[in-house]
Design a protein. Structure first.
Lengths: 368, 89
């Protein structure tokens, strides 16, 4: 389990594979030259999905039904016709929000053929036919509060986290940068803004606790206990024990509580990993030391893990989808903006560098 | 009929053979092409039907004026060329 890893980069999709000696090597390359913004290996099947950001020619979705032997283009999520005269502007910059998919930011599986997609501009799409067609979650898109979503690192808001409750696939939680956490219990027909306890430091102080202008960078849940969620937020690390309704901020996380990526152990909800950086304009490792922080006790304490990570000064940033954990909870992988990729086979205690020469890494996903 | 042809940059992604198309506007000519080659639409037009930001369409060697609706008039024997714009590289 977790013997193969898909790595989406600025210049193509790679597979790295573990050989019998325990070394990880590049075994496949696909879409060389094209940015791969999201990748998904469907559990229990040989289906792989890759989202391409072709720049000039738009976003595309490629699907393989045979574990990458062959690929074909399927439909890309597309927005409906914008009603004539409708005003829909980014609240901060006053420019029109495009009703056109600019980026596929995340792909998630809700079971065989069931796909969920988060995009920029911020929207959620669902496919029940393996990507042959997509439906915009219109109730969320049409919610008037959506027009208060705003761009963070990108020009427009985006949905980067889509969590499908393994106990009930109609229970969907999504996180928006910048637009808070939203939840549906009826497969997207209705949405509720949740997220009490989140805190931001970039809005006027009166809006610090408003759940709407929150900037979750990434949210994950523990598959065995999905009520436990972990969030790497622009302003810190937060934990929820009630499926995202209420959050508690963790204090004094070493060496920094700023970052983008988070992973949680599949069966132990108290164990989670983060890749810290200096907040928030610099976005490089603290003291130029690339480390991973890990809690095993629900956030009361953290280990700072560095064995096998660079001993020389390092300036890597790890994007929000560029850290993943295998289904058995033993292996972790992360890739960085310098095109480096590391894998751990002991929950982060030590790491091996797989490559230092990939294109900048946008996302990683273990195949099951 | 007008002749429509495409930048070779597209060949990395899909086939876009040159062909003759009917239509009195650029949009009509494009629509006829998309009827034969439906996958090409998303490479040229965005979700709202506008020419993608970094794609250019030339009508007889001049950029079209109406990138939102492609209403520029097309006559018999005109040449349409769909290019990858220099911007966005």
């Amino acid at each position: 389990m977790g013997e193969r890893l898909l790595v989406g980069t600025r210049k193509g999709l790679f597979r790295v594979e573990r050989d019998v000696r325990g070394d990880w090597k590049i075994s496949n390359t696909w879409f060389l030259g094209d940015p791969v913004s999201a990748v998904l290996a469907e559990t229990g099947t040989e289906r792989i999905y890759a989202a391409l950001d072709l720049g000039h020619f738009g976003v595309k979705v490629q699907r393989s039904k045979n574990a990458g032997e062959s690929w074909s283009e399927v439909a890309a999520p597309a927005f409906p016709e914008k009603p004539e005269g409708l005003e829909d502007k980014d609240p901060m910059r006053g420019v029109d929000v495009p009703w056109s998919t600019k980026l596929i930011w995340t792909l998630e599986s809700g079971g065989p053929g069931e796909l969920w997609c988060g995009t920029i501009p911020g929207a959620v799409f669902h496919s029940s036919d393996g990507g042959d067609s997509w439906q915009l979650m219109r109730a969320l898109w049409d919610d008037p509060r959506r027009q208060k979503w705003m761009g963070g690192g990108y020009d427009f808001s985006g949905v980067h986290s889509v969590l499908i409750d393994p106990r009930d696939s109609s229970h969907i939680t999504v996180a928006v940068s910048v637009g808070g956490v939203w939840q549906s219990t009826d497969s997207g027909a209705h949405w509720e803004l949740i997220g009490a306890g989140l805190r931001n430091a970039y809005m006027p102080p009166e809006q610090a606790d408003d759940p709407l202008p929150q900037d979750p960078h990434c949210v994950v849940h523990c598959p065995a206990q999905p009520d436990r969620m972990w969030m790497q937020h622009h302003n810190g690390i937060f934990r929820s024990d009630d499926s995202g309704r209420n959050w508690r901020e963790l204090q004094d996380v070493p060496p920094s509580s700023f970052g983008f990526a988070v992973a949680v152990h599949p069966t132990d909800p108290d164990t989670a990993w983060f890749v810290p950086a200096i907040k928030d304009e610099q976005r490089i490792p603290v003291d130029a030391r690339l480390v991973v922080s890990r809690t095993r006790d629900g956030g009361r304490s953290f280990d700072v893990l560095s064995e096998g990570l660079p001993e020389e000064p390092a300036y890597d940033l790890v994007y929000r989808h560029a850290l993943d954990i295998s289904n058995n909870g033993e292996r972790l992988a992360f890739g960085s903006t310098t095109g480096s990729l590391w894998i751990s086979e002991n929950q982060g205690d030590s790491w091996q560098a797989v490559s230092k020469h990939l294109p900048p890494v946008l996302c990683v996903r273990f195949e099951t | 009929m007008a002749t429509i042809s495409f930048t070779p940059n597209l060949l990395r992604h899909l086939d876009t053979p040159s062909t003759q198309v009917n239509g009195v506007t650029v949009r009509q000519a494009l629509e006829e092409y998309f009827t034969q080659y439906p996958q090409v639409r998303g490479y040229i037009l965005d979700d709202q039907g506008a020419v993608r930001k970094h794609v250019a369409i030339f009508l007889n060697q001049e950029p079209i004026r109406d990138r939102a609706r492609q209403s520029d008039a097309v006559a018999d024997h005109d040449d349409l060329f769909v290019a990858q714009a220099l911007s966005g590289g």
